[in-house]
Write a protein that binds this ligand. Sequence first.
Ligand code: PEP
Ligand code: MN
Length: 353
Amino acid sequence: MQNDRIISLRTKIDEIDSELVSLIKNRLEITNEMVGLKTQSGRDILDSGREQIVLDTVMSQFENRVDKSIIEKIFKYLFSLSKTKQSYFPKFKSAGDKIYYAIKQKPIIIAGPCAVESEEQINSIADSLSTQGIKILRGGAFKPRTSPHSFQGLGHEGLELLNSAAKKRGMLVLSEILDSKQLDSSYDLIDIIQIGSRSMSSYGLLKEVGKKTAQDKKPILLKRGFSSTLREYLLSAQYLTEHGNENIILCLRGIRTFEQSDSKLRFTPDLASILELKELTVGNDYPIIFDPSHSTGNSKYINLTAKAALSLGADGLIIETHNQPESALSDKDQAILPEEISDIMDFANTLLS
Ligand code: PEP
Ligand code: MN
């Protein structure tokens, strides 16, 4: 009889323990996210005042019916568990290093419109993306358009709209600059500087960006020139790293081949280059991301191309999204709705985390 009772109590304890484990796991996930956010925004990771508040609250919830020192021990142990994780974070030497560290948490998913068009447009897109857990908002303000008669972007005003939409939601800002004047005027509004495909071989601009970011090591996303070999591409990256900023993200975005003479693909997706670029950059450890939007130019192909890139080992993606794709002012044929990212996000999370 007694024996039966002991067995049944043990079963209950096992159930409680398993609930405790899942609660502790939950807690750790939250403290890890908190560390990431504090790192991004440059705040101190440890806060002993806050620990005391948590302890006081917990004690009052036990209504003094337990030995305080035991509960303190349990909770201090929980705090130290999250600190153990925190202590894996390197000591960052610059603001850019902190951002780069946060960006490199895989999968790296960057999304947003080709161009910022209005306050309403960018906020609607940012809203949907941030609720899906996307942490980096892209948006062009200075657009490199093939025709001088096409929409050129909203310029500085566009960047301000992008920055405010992102910061309201704790997101990082990625935007392209085309010349050194834009680099200076927009520097404080951008967390990650994009150098586009057409500028990959603008060696003057690469030198300027390398010099300007030498101190704070602001991360740079360098896209592959659509007519460049991988070795030319990596030499361009060296123009940036020359002055000491190694915080580079490489982005394959499709190349021009004979295929464009009669195919509907805007470029030829350079998918297998992910494999080769990984080999060529061993030791540099630059994240390599893929752009399914520009490489295909067709919204129908984004989902599978994105998944193919991730399957080939890409560390992430940059995807153009628009709240009203059919009326986008630039690259409308390749724009998908922000909500369409969620399936790709699920795939990326399963594969990469
Ligand atoms: C862009 O990302 O908006 C863009 C113009 O890309 P790319 O330089 O790859 O054409
Ligand atoms: Mn575009």
